[in-house]
Design a protein around this ligand. Sequence first.
Ligand code: FE
Length: 142
Amino acid sequence: MYKYRQYGSRYVLSIDNHEELVAAVASFCRERGITVGTVSGIGAVNSATLRFLNPATKKYVDGVFEEQMEIASLVGNISMKGDEVYLHLHATFGRRDYTCVGGHLLCARINGACELVVEKFEGVAPGRVFDPETGLNIYSFD
Ligand code: FE
């Protein structure tokens, strides 16, 4: 599903072609016991689902993009929600005409390569709690 090399608290991670990006990163975090940290990277996909939260309605609107796109930028953080690794990832995807789509990343199918750096932080992972005011799973440091 992926290959990696460790550099101190950081990992250089290459996710295999045709894998689903978010599931692969979650598997990697589980395997390495990473409960708090950051993710950044680049690559290419041929499918992505982005999620937009309308703050007025607190309803999610998902956008599905089925086309070849560059991962112009992937950024995010790692925390825990209960016993599960919780990834919060945002991505900007570059289209064939050099315009971009972007937002909160639900899933994406790699088509080409996906080169990430994952940084593991030491210490107690923050949790996530649902906040009814915003409709978001916000950080909990309790
Ligand atoms: Fe988000």
